[in-house]
Design a protein around this ligand. Structure first.
Ligand code: SF4
Ligand code: SF4
Length: 179
């Protein structure tokens, strides 16, 4: 390989590495719009796009006196991940409230003191069998899929194991414990 061919190769390699690192780099962006709540999830309507928001747990928001309401004007800084915005901070009446550190580490306690029960929406067949046996009414159906409200769930395990009576647990193993 002559000198020019070698230099061209090196130049192309540098270009490719740059393009890859730019693609992988996640940028903090500012988003403004109106809030919308669907089931237990918050969404942001910017007028042009519709994003799901990954906020902090309700307890953390309450401690910071953050009360969210549908149609509320909402500004946040975050990283767009697919169609979800991972929130770093939010602005309420010009006051900026940090939710994550600069490196993206959440400021709330990420180790819950109870197991997190989740329904795999791809597996759930919407049979509703798990709804009634739940002792705290934590399970409800949203658009044909069972959804567990973590604020109500007491991690008793009935939805997975069964209640020892007629309910033998989810027939398609759609409910699991988040590790
Ligand atoms: S029992 Fe399983 S499949 Fe039936 S609604 Fe509950 S999670 Fe879905
Ligand atoms: S673990 Fe218990 S409280 Fe939580 S959703 Fe399942 S049945 Fe309901």
């Amino acid at each position: 390989m002559n000198k020019y061919a070698l230099l061209t190769c090196i130049f192309i390699m540098i270009l490719v590495v740059n393009v890859i690192s730019q693609t992988n780099e996640q940028k903090l962006e500012r988003f403004d719009g109106k809030l919308k709540k669907i089931a237990d999830e918050w969404y942001l309507n910017t007028g042009e796009d519709f994003f799901k928001l990954e906020l902090a747990p309700e307890d953390f928001l309450k401690d910071k006196e953050i009360v969210l309401e549908s149609k509320m004007d909402f500004s946040c800084t975050g990283i767009l991940d697919g169609e979800e915005i991972i929130i770093y901070n939010i602005s309420i009446s010009d006051e900026v409230i940090e939710i994550r550190e600069e490196e993206g580490k959440p400021l709330w306690d990420t180790k819950p003191d109870k197991d997190i029960y989740i329904v795999d929406a791809d597996k759930c067949i919407g049979c509703r069998l798990c709804v009634k046996p739940c002792p705290t009414n934590a399970i409800r159906m949203v658009e044909g899929i069972a959804v567990i409200d973590m604020n109500k769930c007491i991690a008793c395990g009935i939805c997975i194991e069964g209640d020892g009576k007629r309910y033998k647990g989810c027939p398609v193993d759609a409910i699991f414990i988040k590790k």
